[in-house]
Design a protein around this ligand. Structure first.
Ligand code: GRF
Length: 185
């Protein structure tokens, strides 16, 4: 299964996915890494694995539709079948959604529908929940609203955001590859 990973930042989830591909646990090929933030750390990571990177700032385009058309052209040229969002900090628009119907997934660091949007871990700490978690879901036009595919709970470390975040990321790195493998079968 040929996939493209979309990321705006560090790319630790991209790396975990690629490591699962290499280990043989995930039967897929990351054909392309796409970033809307040229120079993001995910670019460095992708290059370390010799994976092609498309660094395209939406600001270079007149509209979101134009930006997404350019993405779709590249994705089609590489025969990409699935789009995997991993810290892609942007709502997906109609052009991508209709080019890849039910073939776009996202990972979010909370038990949705709690704490959608930015800084889900901060929101959970602020709210004082004792259990949060990770969700993998299909992407629709909303913010973290699509149908849920898998979830895993994570206990909050009291008053320790860093430790909580570490736990969440560890679960993300494990859950995403497993969920993708189950979708691709
Ligand atoms: C992850 O917590 C993911 O759930 C969220 O953004 C973060 C991306 O981290 N959507 P990374 O760039 O994969 O390290």
């Amino acid at each position: 299964t040929k996939i493209a990973v979309f990321a705006s930042g560090s790319g630790s989830n991209f790396q975990a996915i690629q490591e699962s591909v290499i280990s043989g646990d995930l039967h897929a090929q990351v054909a392309l890494v796409v970033t809307d933030k040229p120079g993001a750390f995910v670019v460095t990571r992708a290059k370390q694995f010799d994976i092609p990177v498309l660094e395209l700032s939406p600001k270079q385009f007149n509209s979101k539709a134009d930006y997404e058309e350019a993405l779709v052209e590249e994705l089609r040229a590489l025969n990409v079948e699935w789009i995997v969002l991993a810290g892609y900090m942007r709502l997906v628009g109609d052009v991508l959604l209709s080019a890849y119907p039910n073939r776009i997934v996202n990972i979010h660091p909370s038990l949705l529908p709690s704490f959608p949007g930015k800084d889900a871990i901060g929101q959970a700490m602020e709210h004082g929940v004792k259990v949060t978690g990770v969700t993998v879901h299909f992407v629709d036009a909303g913010m973290d609203t699509g149908p849920i595919i898998s979830q895993q709970a994570v206990e909050v470390v009291l008053n320790d955001r860093e430790a909580t975040e570490e736990r969440i990321h560890a679960v993300e790195h494990d859950l995403y590859s497993k969920t993708l493998q189950s979708l691709f079968n």
